[in-house]
Design a protein around this ligand. Structure first.
Ligand SMILES: Cc1cc2nc3c(=O)[nH]c(=O)nc-3n(C[C@H](O)[C@H](O)[C@H](O)COP(=O)(O)O)c2cc1C
Length: 288
């Protein structure tokens, strides 16, 4: 019976054999046969020929009303399935959280896994495909040397820093199972504005962190004042035109990070409503 319901609904809507048949992708003869079949199965007359249009008997009207309810319920169920499917597709993005180094444990990602994260970063939106960024990988055997550099940077900023602060600075170099630097390298003499290059670098960093999450790693980007230290930058091999955006810590998650506080979409989404045209002279200077 079920397979005939869409035909009956179409006929009820169109009240015309030919139109309903077209709506169902059938010929008129096929639709008539299908309705006759439905009547035989149901054991009652459902449709009668009216004056130029199709009429439904009381039994037909009742069946159509029920079929409509059923179609509504199936529709709602399908929407529910589609919504759930959509959510499951973006779930890895919705579930990512930054994980602080103290919640990470080894092993960190291997070279192939880091390469995959970089591949993901290379697939971020990037005006002009400039990839105005690069990643520094700090191998385990060089982390002690990096800790020395972090210590020296701390002492440059605060020559009287207590030992505990210096140890904390050193720990930033040694604590995480894997440590990388994310460097923004804006390209000179290209038409792509600087701000778009920074945005492209940010998008790449986002892709990198999402790939790490999808590979099962926890991670966090931390900058801190050391990222603004020119001497440390030079010691890490940065050109004077490059910026150390932050250090990426990666590892397996030993302790889950706290839940993210929900943000209402309205905080970041608005419908644009056209207003009156403005003359350029009416605009104040842009705050940059
Ligand atoms: C370039 C960059 C530098 C960051 N530096 C710091 C930092 O120094 N200290 C800090 O607490 N969070 C820093 N963050 C933010 C964290 O990495 C993280 O995104 C934040 O704690 C929010 O957590 P969530 O990613 O789970 O939303 C930085 C983020 C970026 C993109």
């Amino acid at each position: 019976m079920q397979e005939f319901l869409p035909y009956l609904l179409a006929l009820h809507g169109a009240r015309d054999w030919l139109q309903a048949a077209r709506d169902c992708g059938l010929t008129e003869a096929e639709l008539r046969r299908a309705v006759q079949h439905a009547q035989r199965e149901y054991g009652q007359v459902l449709v009668v020929a009216g004056n130029g249009h199709v009429d439904f008997t009381a039994a037909g009207e009742e069946l159509v009303a029920r079929a409509r309810e059923l179609a509504g319920a199936v529709d709602a169920l399908q929407r529910c399935f589609a919504e759930s499917r959509r959510k499951s597709v973006v779930a890895p993005l919705l579930q990512r959280r930054s994980v602080s180094p103290k919640r990470l444990t080894g092993p960190g990602p291997d070279a192939a896994e880091i390469d995959l994260m970089i591949e993901a970063a290379l697939h971020a939106p990037d005006h002009g495909s400039l990839h105005p960024w690069r990643v520094l990988v700090f191998a385990q055997e060089h982390r002690a040397r990096l800790a020395d550099l972090f210590e020296q940077e701390k002492l440059r900023r605060d020559p009287l820093a207590p030992r505990s602060d210096i140890e904390r600075a050193r720990e930033h170099a040694t604590r995480s199972p894997a440590l990388l630097g994310f460097v923004v390298s804006p390209r000179a003499r290209v038409q792509v504005p600087l701000r778009e290059q920074w945005l492209a670098a940010g998008a790449a960093l986002g892709n990198f962190m999402n790939a790490a999450h999808q590979l099962g790693f926890g991670g966090i980007v931390l900058s801190g004042e050391r990222c603004f230290d020119a001497v440390l930058g030079a010691e890490l091999g940065l050109a004077s035109t490059e910026w150390l955006a932050g250090f990426i810590s990666l590892g397996r998650i030993a302790q889950a990070p706290p839940q993210r506080k929900p943000v209402a979409l309205d905080a970041v989404r608005a419908q644009w409503i056209p207003g009156p045209a403005l003359a350029a002279a009416e605009l104040g200077p842009r705050v940059s």
